[in-house]
Design a protein around this ligand. Structure first.
Ligand SMILES: *Cc1c(COP(=O)(O)O)cnc(C)c1O
Length: 355
């Protein structure tokens, strides 16, 4: 991959908006920091990388992503550690994943100089936007999409890669209530479920909406073939503690390999917990519930980190799981992750990257 111009040009904003914001108390994803990074791919190479004030981009109605959805994205967080220094969590893993997603959608890979170096440069410029309150963070959203001005049905020749960021106050996640659906599927083997592609989310909205209409927060997804094996919950990976064994669906090809999932599994194993990555059917969970053997269930993802699951509705019946304060596994891992991110304990995994 040739980078015609690997230099990043920087245009700083002349009036920072930060004073107008209470960055420790903004709702998720509504307020954006001062700068963004914009990289352009055209004529078989990356052309231009610039950091500019956050603002409009101009598009025409023929923009190919609007027609065929050739778009992928990422989500990661920057934190302030206990010394007030900015850190990023598992940036390399996001870098790998966006290029795997891009490969699945026939998009050129993004060079490290743009994703890693560019992202660091951008966040360094906006470090004041990283909230300091515990549990709060600067949510970083890289997006990558097709920009041909053409409705021709083929992978595009030109693309934009943009990084924006958004401070998020404490992401308190109340325990979530899930409903199993066999009416909709999120993804099937061979499809795009393992890629972080924008269309996967659009495809899940209706199921999510109907779950909410029935009084639940989100859907517990089953596999697309047999509608039997558990895949994910909402837009998070999912795990269960049954008889003190941590069980999570194995990555079959239709499940998104979450970085929070990977981090949590690593910590559980190192804490001596028995971890099983395998197929787990909804009937197995229902049986374990009947027998009183299921002590925890939780979702894992960057936005909430860990979201306890309080209720799972299956075939019209609510399985009500034990109260959160009786759960030891998920809470312990959540604490450990926070301690690593804030530098309270040393990071033996190389997950933390200083800015
Ligand atoms: C992003 C995402 C996750 C969680 O991944 P993290 O890297 O932990 O944030 C899980 N499921 C889906 C469908 C996702 O898009």
């Amino acid at each position: 991959m040739q980078i015609v111009n690997s230099q990043i040009s920087i245009e700083k904003t002349s009036h920072s908006r930060i004073k107008e914001q209470d960055i420790n108390n903004t709702p998720f994803g509504k307020v954006f920091s001062d700068h963004m990074l914009v990289a352009t791919y055209a004529n078989n190479s990356w052309q231009e990388v610039k950091i500019t004030p956050y603002g409009n981009i101009s598009i025409r109605p023929s923009l190919s992503v609007l027609h065929y959805g050739q778009a992928v994205f990422e989500g990661l967080k920057a934190y302030k550690n206990y010394q007030g220094k900015p850190v990023l969590f598992r940036l390399e893993a996001n870098y790998k994943r966006i290029n795997n997603s891009a490969f699945r959608l026939c998009m050129p890979s993004i060079p490290k100089e743009i994703f890693i170096d560019g992202l660091k440069e951008l966040i360094r410029l906006d470090t004041d936007w990283i909230p300091t309150k515990s549990d709060s963070a600067l949510y970083i959203r890289p997006i990558y999409f097709a920009t041909d001005e053409s409705v021709g049905l083929k992978p595009a020749n030109s693309y934009k890669f943009i990084i924006l960021s958004s401070p998020t106050g404490t992401f308190y996640s109340a325990p979530v209530k899930l409903i199993v659906t066999d009416k909709y599927v999120r993804a099937s083997e061979g499809g795009t479920g393992a890629a972080k592609c924008a269309g996967n989310y659009a495809g899940s909205f209706l199921a999510d909406k109907e779950a909410k209409e029935q009084g639940y927060d989100n859907v517990l997804w089953l596999d697309g073939k047999e509608k039997k094996y558990i895949e994910e919950c909402g837009t998070m990976n999912v795990a269960f503690v049954i008889n003190d064994v941590l069980i999570t669906p194995k990555l079959t090809g239709s499940i998104l390999g979450g970085i929070t999932r990977d981090s949590a599994l690593t910590l559980f194993r190192d804490m001596g917990v028995k971890v099983e990555e395998r197929l787990i059917s909804i009937d197995e969970v229902a049986k374990a519930y009947e027998a009183g053997n299921i002590s925890e269930a939780f979702g894992m993802g960057t936005a909430a980190t860990i979201a306890h699951i309080s209720v799972i509705n299956y075939q019209g019946k609510d399985m009500i799981l034990p109260p959160v304060d009786e759960r030891k596994y998920a809470s312990q891992v959540l604490q450990k992750l926070e301690d690593i991110k804030t530098g309270k304990v040393t990071d033996p995994y190389g997950w933390i990257c200083q800015l």
